[in-house]
Design a protein around this ligand. Structure first.
Ligand SMILES: [Ca+2]
Ligand SMILES: [Ca+2]
Ligand SMILES: [Ca+2]
Length: 128
C-alpha cells in the first residue's frame, strides 16, 4: 500500500477563528477593533458607500444608483427635500435610523449579534 494518509487536520485554532469570523463584526467596519460598530463607524462607512455609489458625481443618489440597498418607502421617508433622490445628508439620516433600529439594547454600539438581526442586515446593506 502506497497510500499515505495525508494529515489534513486543521488546527483547532483555525476552526475557532473561522467560527469567530462567521459572527464577528466585519473588520472594515470596525477600524477601532473593539468588536462593535459605533454610529460614527457606521456613518464613516456609509459615507464611503455613498461616494462609491454616486457614479455620476451629482451629489445625490437616485433609485437606480441605490439599487436594492434601500427600499422605496425608506427612500421616500428620508427624502426630506422631496427631489426623489438621496443626498449625503439624507443617506446619513437613513444610516442613523437603521442603526438605531438595529440597536435594541440602546447602548450605542452594534455587536455581531445585533448586526446579524434583520435590522442589522438592513444597515449592512447601506454601509458595505
Ligand atoms: Ca468599533
Ligand atoms: Ca433628496
Ligand atoms: Ca447594541
Amino acid at each position: 500500500m502506497k497510500t499515505k494518509l495525508v494529515c489534513a487536520s486543521i488546527p483547532a485554532l483555525m476552526w475557532a477563528s473561522l467560527a469567530l469570523a462567521a459572527d464577528a463584526v466585519p473588520a472594515g467596519l470596525d477600524p477601532d477593533k473593539d468588536g462593535t460598530i459605533s454610529l460614527a463607524e457606521a456613518q464613516a462607512a456609509g459615507a464611503k458607500v455613498f461616494a462609491s455609489l454616486n457614479k455620476d458625481g451629482d451629489k445625490t443618489l437616485d433609485a437606480k444608483e441605490l439599487g436594492d440597498r434601500i427600499d422605496a418607502a425608506a427612500i421616500k421617508a428620508a427624502d426630506s427635500d422631496n427631489d426623489g433622490t438621496i443626498d449625503e445628508k439624507e443617506y446619513a439620516k437613513i444610516v442613523e435610523s437603521k442603526f438605531k433600529a438595529a440597536d435594541p439594547d440602546g447602548d450605542g454600539t452594534l455587536d455581531a449579534k445585533e448586526l446579524g438581526s434583520p435590522a442589522g442586515q438592513a444597515l449592512l446593506k447601506l454601509i458595505q
